[in-house]
Design a binder for this molecule. Structure first.
Ligand code: ZN
Length: 138
């Protein structure tokens, strides 16, 4: 797949998160004051409002499909259809808007266990995507 949907460049808030993707590490922002976890990274904790206690933990890469749809018509040139657009709830609790990579897109259902995989971008960053993981995640 091309970089048809290359995400915006990292900014001050997201640089740590994007840099970790270069090493295939998926970070989840956490608040050491109240324990809240959030995604994407923000300047303050949406749980307690702290700006001083934000840290990151590395996700296990396991999750479940929270919602999904099969995209049949590409929204931009260079995207191969059909593909599965999904909300995935990580084991760490946060939700990512992502894709589920599978040869059988119509078989993906809400509640399915998935595991992290990566799609390389032309600038060295990687996008977290997911694939069905029927064995590992029950
Ligand atoms: Zn907090």
């Amino acid at each position: 797949m091309s970089d048809a949907l290359l995400p915006a460049p990292a900014d001050e808030m997201t640089a740590v998160w994007w840099d970790a993707t270069r090493e295939r590490r998926l970070l989840v922002q956490t608040c050491t004051a109240c324990g809240h976890r959030q995604h994407p990274p923000r300047a303050l904790c949406t749980g307690c409002g702290s700006t001083e206690h934000l840290d990151h933990l590395e996700a296990t890469g396991l999750g479940r499909v929270d919602a999904c749809t099969v995209v049949e018509r590409a929204p931009a040139e260079g995207l191969a259809t059909p593909y599965v657009l999904a909300r995935v709830r990580l084991a760490e609790g946060v939700i990512l808007l992502t894709t589920v990579e599978t040869p059988a897109p119509h078989d993906v259902a809400i509640g399915d266990p998935v595991r992290l995989t990566w799609r390389a971008l032309s600038d060295g960053r990687r996008l977290p995507t997911f694939e069905p993981a029927p064995e590992e995640n029950r």
